[in-house]
Design a protein around this ligand. Sequence first.
Ligand code: MG
Length: 245
Amino acid sequence: MSSISFDITIKAVILDIEGTVAPITFVKDVLFPYFLRAIPDTLSPLTYPIQSSSTNTIEAILSNFPSEVTESKESTFKHIEYLVKNDIKDSTLKSLQGFVWTAGYESGEIKAPLYDDAIAALHRWNEEGKKIFIYSSGSVKAQKLLFQYVNVNDKSVDFNGLLSGYFDITTSGYKFETTSYVNIIKDIQFSPEESLFLSDNVKEVSAALEAGLNSLIVVREGNAPLSEEDLKVSKTITSFDQISI
Ligand SMILES: [Mg+2]
């Protein structure tokens, strides 16, 4: 297997999550369906109409929806289903999802499916003294949750101890923008030349390269196909085993 190396030793690796260390389908095929399945049982024990003064955590979250929505269990469910099906970004929905997914991870029903080569590389790089960071559009809170419950031989294993920092769009900016990578470089205190960003998204790779970082395109099963133009942006890898840093 040919190995990709760099001009100088890489000291910091910045990783995207979906399509890079975990299947791109995890959120769509696992997290979203889990949430919708869990919602009826989550809503059943609540008192309707939902009161904003409620001390119940779920009722307190739901009370941020318009009051006509939370009149009954049925109307609440309909509203949530509508937001999910139409992929509407809603902060109350996000809080509710965070709550439901946390419970799912804690009960062992959800485990994060990291690729074997990514798991091996996280251990290897850590032993070699490299610093590993995460940059994902999912919130830092969601990132930590995912890495807390990684599926290793059907057991949840906490990988957060191998990670040195987390970045999302609120800490650093949008992933297609060069300035976001400049911001991250400032925060991690490594030079762009000794940093490597890995992502399945060519626009993200392009922005990182523009900021002076090393960057490779990660090709995984189920990822969006790459065009001829995409392939000109950077080299591709199908496994982290192909990198020698
Ligand atoms: Mg990705």
